[in-house]
Design a protein around this ligand. Sequence first.
Ligand code: AMP
Ligand code: ZN
Ligand code: FE
Ligand code: FE
Length: 292
Amino acid sequence: MRIDLHVHSTASDGTLTPTQVIEHAAAQGVDVVGLTDHDSPAGWAEGVEAARDLDVMLVPGMEVSTKLGRAGVHVLAYLPDPAFPPLAAELDRIIAGREGRLGAIVEQLRSVGVDITVDDVRRQAAGSPAIGRPHVADVLVAKGVVSDRAEAFRGWLGYGQPGFVVRYATQTDAMVRLIVGAGGAAVIAHPWGRGSRRVLDVDTLAALRDAGLTGIEVDHQDHSPDDRQRLRLIADDLGLVATGASDFHGAGKVDHELGCNLTSPDQFERLLGLAAVNAASSGLRVAEVVGR
Ligand code: AMP
Ligand code: ZN
Ligand code: FE
Ligand code: FE
């Protein structure tokens, strides 16, 4: 069983539609896909249909933007009820923050002479509710300002660059509680990636576990072999599930090919079991795994 639990589509900043993601999984021999677009379940309905048609197992999820101190921490929410009002309200706030930031990014870029409009970015995002910097980057590529997303982040959109603007994110511990309240399982994405490694030490992870955290993403391209070994030991010590995933974004992110990191079947079963416990105590109608 090849299990990849962190995958993006055009419902956020991936370049393949949910259907194309599932087709790609079938072609690549990936049996289980966690569809985890940023801050929104918008891709689920299409993904569910494609997964049924193509006999791929689908785990509906999201990658939610949170902050711990001033560091950005991404929290994967598996199988919640996205309509649970406190969670839905918070997701709305995050999406509104993306909208507000978009205007500010465009203004800052224009002020340094880049010919770009909000409408350019909206067209590029093609209806994705989670408009992000990668969509701005794609416009910069289309205009010949840069040659790819990575160059756009390095020179224009990353921290300290002319187009960088802070946006709203929920406190990490509060979001973990919201995901659990919504009947889902919370897993920290790429905990020792650039944004979050300085804030996510063992004690902090232990506190998040006490707030209801289910797991941490251990095998991810942001982590060196040494990071992975240490994170696996921490997961073991804290009783957290250890996942692995590609963080696939289609053509939008190099070196993140679907299936490049995987979750072991035993960790996957633990994750589903713990999600089911949260679902039962929430009393909500949570999202279901397709094809199990
Ligand atoms: P945003 O959510 O709009 O703040 O943008 C962050 C997103 O940009 C994340 O999903 C990353 O996957 C993506 N990203 C960050 N750095 C890069 C990069 N160098 N190349 C491509 N995508 C990136
Ligand atoms: Zn992304
Ligand atoms: Fe992320
Ligand atoms: Fe991601």
